[in-house]
Write a protein that binds this ligand. Structure first.
Ligand SMILES: O=P(O)(O)OC[C@H]1O[C@H](OP(=O)(O)OP(=O)(O)O)[C@H](O)[C@@H]1O
Ligand code: HPA
Ligand SMILES: [Mg+2]
Length: 179
């Protein structure tokens, strides 16, 4: 698996610094508000588990599985809901927890959905932002770091379902997806 990685962009230690920074920002901004954190599966699952454990206040968690890449390195543009949340978002302070915002297509459709469902507020916390990929005008309220215009994997992020278990963030060798 490691031989498919061109270079490491963020080590395990780098990632933990970013995660703690985001958790402390959210902890401060949401003090006493019991926000509903919605993890956007599958990519955000690793981030979510570290993130919530760095927040020293009440939070609730739910999970939504959406997909639009289907094993490739380019968005299909069609965001499919595979599993919805169980919790009612009406009058809740919702925080969407994402691993990466690239084209912005996933986030745009989720923001519309949750605003429509009557959430009191909807904010976005994304570990990574790739502004060079943007096709929709969306921004996250909390961002860990900006990444370059390369396909990255690890710490939840996949190519074709693989590499999510890498503890670091790496750039995938282009020959892996050119095959
Ligand atoms: O800004 P965008 O171009 O929409 O890309 C970002 C989204 O794409 C990835 O999910 P994916 O559809 O690959 O599903 P996965 O999380 O199950 O891998 C990633 O986890 C984000 O949710
Ligand atoms: O760079 C990426 N890597 C993995 N999944 C992704 N989904 C959008 N962009 C990416
Ligand atoms: Mg994916």
């Amino acid at each position: 698996m490691q031989e498919d990685i061109l270079k490491v962009l963020f080590t395990e230690e780098d990632i933990q610094v970013l995660v703690r920074k985001l958790a402390k920002q959210v902890e401060r901004d949401y003090k006493g508000r019991n926000p509903l954190m919605i993890c956007i599966l599958k990519g955000a699952v690793v981030f979510m588990t570290d993130f919530v454990r760095n927040i020293d206040d009440y939070v609730e968690m739910d999970f939504m599985d959406v997909s639009s890449y289907y094993g490739g390195t380019k968005s299909t543009g069609e965001v499919r809901i595979i599993k919805d949340v169980d919790t009612s978002v009406r009058d809740r302070d919702v925080i969407l927890v994402e691993d990466i915002i690239d084209t912005g297509i996933t986030l745009k459709s989720l923001m519309e959905l949750f605003s429509h469902r009557g959430a009191k507020s909807v904010k976005v916390c994304s570990l990574f932002n790739k502004p060079s990929g943007r096709q929709e005008f969306v921004t996250a309220d909390y961002v860990g770091a900006t990444v370059p215009d390369e396909f990255i994997v690890g710490y939840g992020l996949d190519y074709d379902g693989r590499y999510r278990n890498l503890p670091y963030i790496g750039v995938l060798k282009p020959e892996v997806y050119a095959k």
